[in-house]
Structure formats: C-alpha cells, structure tokens
Ligand binder design. Structure first.
Ligand SMILES: Cc1ncc(C[n+]2csc(CCOP(=O)(O)OP(=O)(O)O)c2C)c(N)n1
Ligand SMILES: [Mg+2]
Length: 338
C-alpha cells in the first residue's frame, strides 16, 4: 500500500536526480534552501516551531555540491544544522517544513523535528544532534559498502567544532586503517556555538588533521558551488575506486547565530558583511548569467518562482495534521516477556 510518505520519498529521489541535470537546478536548489530556512525562522518567531532550530544561511553551496557529487544510493550523515543538506539531497520543502512544524507530512511523521531528518530513499541517515556522532556512523556505512564490495560511498558532514571530538578522530583513524570509501566534509564556519575557532581549536586549517591518519585532504572555497562539487567529486572518485577516505574542508560562514536564541553579538564588526559580499547564491547566479545558463529568465524571476513554491509548500504544511502521541508508539519494538 502506498502511503503519503512513500509518495514523498519517490519525489525525493526524482528531485535528487534533477539536481545533476543542470547548473540552473543547482542554483534553484540553493535559493530554495535559503528561502525555506528564512521561512523556518519566521515560523519560529510566530511560535509555530517546537524545540529549537539551527539554520545554515550562507552555507548552501556545500550542501548542494555534495548532493550533486554523489548518488541517491550513497549514504550521508549530517548534523542538527541539516535542513540544507536534506533539501539538497532531494527532500521536498513540504517534507522538511512539515517535520520542523511537527506535522504528519514530515519525513519522520513530525515526531523528530528540525534536528532529526532522514530519508532512506536518498541515503540521508538520521541527522545527529550530538556533535561528532554522525562520523562513526558514516564510517560504518562505508564499511558495509566495502564488505559487500559495491561501489557506494558514505559522506559525513560536520562542523569545525566537531573535529575536537573523540568520535571524529576514531572515525578518521578506522576509515584510514580499513581504507574505507568515505568522504569527511567539514563545514568550517569559523564558530562552534558562540566560540571562535581560534579559541577552541589548535589548527586554523582543519584539513591538516588528515595528516595524522595518512589521509588525503583538500581545502576548498565553500562559497563556490562549482569548486566544492569538483573537490568532493575527486574524493568520491578516489573512494569508489578503492583509494580510500578523504577529508574535505570547505571554508564557509553561517550568517545567523548558532541557534534561534543566539543573536551572534560575539562576532567582530564587519565580519558578517565581508562574507555576505561573497554570498554563494549571488556568486553562482552571476556566473550563470555570465555563462548564459539562466534558461532565458532573470535571477529575480527565478527567485520569485522559488518563493511561490515555498509559499505553496508552507500552505500545504500548515493545513496538514500534527503528529500524534499515539504515533509515537507505532514504531517501538519490545521483546515479549512470555
Ligand atoms: C557531544 C556534544 N557536545 C556539545 C554539544 C553542544 N553543541 C551543540 S552544537 C555545538 C557546536 C558545534 O560546532 P561545529 O561543529 O562547528 O558546528 P556548527 O554548529 O558550527 O555547524 C555544541 C558544542 C553537543 N550537541 N554534543
Ligand atoms: Mg562551526
């Protein structure tokens, strides 16, 4: 029997494949991520979101590039700042907004919320609220590909702060020792919660940490979607052909605070503006306009079209039923005592 979520999952695979069809689809997806996350912040301000949210405005290029460089049959683990990666991998705005707003239409039936997104149809492993926890899980997924001798790859997405966690180092070490097909993608946005990287981390370039594990590494401009895609594609090719793991460091920035309650007053004056001046969506839109790849539309028209799609998604979500307490117990298995 086909359920609402089956239909949404089939949709996610289609959207994932669409992403690889043109650079214009990549631009549209980056705009979609920005608009959905802006919308999430508005809905939060209206009191419609339970719990907290962590958004990634400014980091869209990394999410879209990694989705474009991998296949729906690969696995991806990511963090609580995961709306962008989920949308890039193919989850629809309805499914992501629905989950954030606790609706049954959400990818976890509205029971997981913002920090717990997942969709097996596009390989999105449940997103992790515990810093560093997704890395060993991605290594496990890569071990499965290795043992079954298929050419799948696993990707672990995490922040700069996560590279100070033991699980990160254990994961990289095992991946190197077992030569596993895994790509470690660090979104170095210069802050872990409210702490600038220099106050918590002994190195400036996270990529140098790969040397401890005799692992390949690359640093890339995280604001340039083409550059990130090329870098991750090289790592994917290495992994698929038995060359083992790679640590990719994308230098990027989050425009907003760590989470909804954070006004980010700890940032030096001018820092945010200097990153906005290299906004990944604007840079890519300019590039496509220059290369005549906007499909005959203006950037404003594309933006308006995306915005209307998000309006419609929001309307669908707000009209849909909430997750219920009864549903919470539907997927719990317990051994019989008798
Ligand atoms: C094991 C663990 N320690 C601490 C926290 C609290 N915490 C949540 S996010 C975060 C900062 C992580 O920063 P980073 O890895 O750079 O990711 P970003 O939030 O910048 O994307 C911390 C310390 C946690 N969730 N898990
Ligand atoms: Mg960070």
């Amino acid at each position: 029997m086909s359920t609402t979520s089956d239909v949404a999952m089939a949709d996610s695979t289609r959207r994932r494949l669409e992403l690889t069809s043109s650079r214009l689809t990549r631009l549209e997806r980056m705009m979609e991520i920005r608009l959905v996350e802006d919308r999430i912040q508005e809905l939060f301000a209206q009191g419609l979101v339970s719990g907290t949210t962590h958004t990634s405005q400014g980091q869209e290029a990394v999410a879209v590039a990694l989705a474009a460089a991998t296949r729906p049959t690969d696995y991806v683990s990511c963090t609580y700042r995961g709306h962008g990666v989920a949308l890039a991998l193919g989850l629809t705005p309805e499914v992501v907004l629905g989950e954030v707003l606790g609706r049954q239409i959400g990818c976890m039936g509205g029971l997981g919320g913002s920090m717990h997104l997942s969709d097996p149809d596009v390989g999105l492993l449940p997103t992790f609220a515990i810093v560093g926890a997704g890395t060993p899980v991605a290594v496990g997924a890569a071990l499965q590909f290795s043992v079954t001798q298929c050419d799948g790859v696993a990707v672990s997405v995490f922040g700069d702060g996560a590279t100070n966690i033991g699980a990160f180092h254990e994961g990289l070490n095992l991946a190197a020792v077992w030569n596993l097909p895994v790509i470690f993608v660090c979104e170095n946005n210069l802050y872990g919660e409210y702490s600038p990287i220099a106050s918590t981390t002994s190195v400036t370039d996270i990529a140098t940490r790969a040397q401890s594990y005799a692992m390949a590494s690359e640093i890339v401009d995280g604001q340039d979607v083409d550059a990130v895609e090329a870098t991750i594609s090289r790592a994917v090719e290495r992994a698929r052909t038995g060359g083992g793991p790679t640590l990719v460091e994308a230098k990027t920035y989050r425009y907003v605070g760590h989470s909804r309650s954070d006004k980010a007053t700890y940032r030096p004056e001018g820092e945010l503006d200097s990153w906005i001046a290299r906004d990944p969506i604007e840079l890519f839109a300019k590039k496509l306009a220059h290369d005549n790849e906007l499909g005959g539309e203006s950037v404003q028209d594309i933006q308006r079209r995306q915005s209307e799609l998000i309006d419609a998604a929001q309307e669908t979500v707000l009209a849909s039923p909430s997750g219920s307490i009864a549903q919470m117990f539907e997927n719990i298995l317990a051994p019989s005592r008798h």
